[in-house]
Design a protein around this ligand. Structure first.
Ligand code: KG4
Ligand code: ZN
Length: 337
């Protein structure tokens, strides 16, 4: 398969998404139905509500992606779906739908890995994956990965507790700002002084590439009763700075340690302008380059899943329709370091 036409579904969290991709970069159909509004009432994603909503939307989202693409099901070469990591009951919806299509059409199925989707998203459209350091910063994951090429990844470090995006979401909830918290904190921080409050930079100098963000969230919780509404912007800016500081320090350190000259950033927190600014500056100082996933590919989407699945299809790595979902990250994606 040189340029496979891939139909991919993504239902690992609170986005129901479908994409039709002609590898490597012809994104013919791209539809994302976000449930953020539904979950905002709860201040976070409720798995049962997410899976029910996926069931309601998965068919129409798939049909509109195919319609946008101007292709029929019989034109599809490969059916793919995120099979993990993610919320079990949510993953089941997209994975079952894609397996059903693959069976009915007699086409191969790829059980795509959500993390690989994020990891490769900065390279979307390219027919080659350059050696680089992948920084995945999403609502569910914070990872540093040494990327040797497509399908060859070494896990350098990950968060030991909250993910970076989760920290933004939890702090926004503490402040009563709403969900998802990242963009709301970023907006409030724009008016604030990021040097006003000195929040902890957990594990910044640990000498490895692990992260920890839950202590930072706890510091915000303890400080909160001692502040007033007028301190809100400074608080958001100082919190954001603490997250960004650690991410930049570790990503640049990983690139130096692994002798890579490119950092590839993906995931929802990759939309954060302060992170972008500081990472570009930190990388420049170290003689490195930074590549960010395109804005529409940062938060969960099926285009990145189609791209990651296409790489697997090109290597002939198909999955049986009996392949189960895998809700946790595990280590199957990574070579032992
Ligand atoms: O990649 P994504 O859809 O999540 C997972 O796959 O888990 O990213 C969503 C996360 C949320 O935690 C959200 O608060 C965060 O990305 N986010 C941001 C920004 N936009 C989204 N965090 C910081 N600054 C932003 N501008
Ligand atoms: Zn994600």
């Amino acid at each position: 398969m040189i340029h496979p036409l891939v139909l991919a579904l993504e239902t690992s969290c609170d986005e129901t998404a479908a994409a039709v991709l002609r590898f490597p970069g012809e994104l013919l159909g791209h539809v994302v139905a976000s449930q953020a509004d539904v979950h905002a009432a709860y201040g976070g994603v409720v798995p049962e509500v997410a899976s029910r909503n996926h069931l309601v939307h998965v068919r129409e989202v798939t049909e509109s992606a195919l319609q946008q693409a101007g292709v029929g099901l019989s034109d599809v070469d490969v059916c793919a779906a995120t099979s993990g990591p993610g919320l079990a009951s949510a993953l089941l919806v997209g994975a079952s739908a894609a397996k059903g299509l693959a069976l009915a059409l007699g086409k191969p199925f790829v059980a795509a890995n959500h993390i690989e989707g994020h990891l490769l998203s900065p390279f979307f459209g390219r027919a080659e994956i350059p050696p680089s350091i992948g920084l995945v910063v999403s609502g569910g994951h914070t990872l540093l990965v040494d990327i040797e090429g497509a399908g060859r990844y070494r896990l350098l470090g990950r968060t030991l507790d909250d993910a970076a995006g989760e920290a933004f979401d939890k702090v926004a909830k503490l402040l009563g700002l709403g969900y998802p918290g990242g963009p709301l904190i970023e907006a409030a921080a724009r008016q604030g002084d990021c040097t006003r409050f000195e929040f902890p930079r957990s594990m910044k100098c640990s000498g490895d590439f692990q992260f920890s963000f839950s202590g930072l969230k706890t510091s915000v919780r303890y400080l909160l009763p001692k502040t007033s509404e007028s301190d809100r912007a400074d608080l958001c800016a100082s919190f954001q700075e603490a997250v960004v500081d650690v991410l930049v320090h570790k990503a640049v350190g990983a690139a130096k340690r692994c002798r890579r000259n490119l950092i590839a950033v993906s995931g929802g927190v990759g939309l954060n302008q302060r992170l972008r600014e500081c990472l570009v500056r930190g990388a420049e100082d170290a003689g490195l380059e930074v590549l960010f996933a395109g804005p529409s590919l940062c938060t969960d989407n099926a285009a990145m899943i189609a791209y990651a699945a296409a790489w697997r299809a090109k290597r002939g790595e198909f999955s049986s329709v009996e392949t189960d979902i895998f809700p946790s990250l595990g280590d199957t994606l990574f070579e032992v370091s």
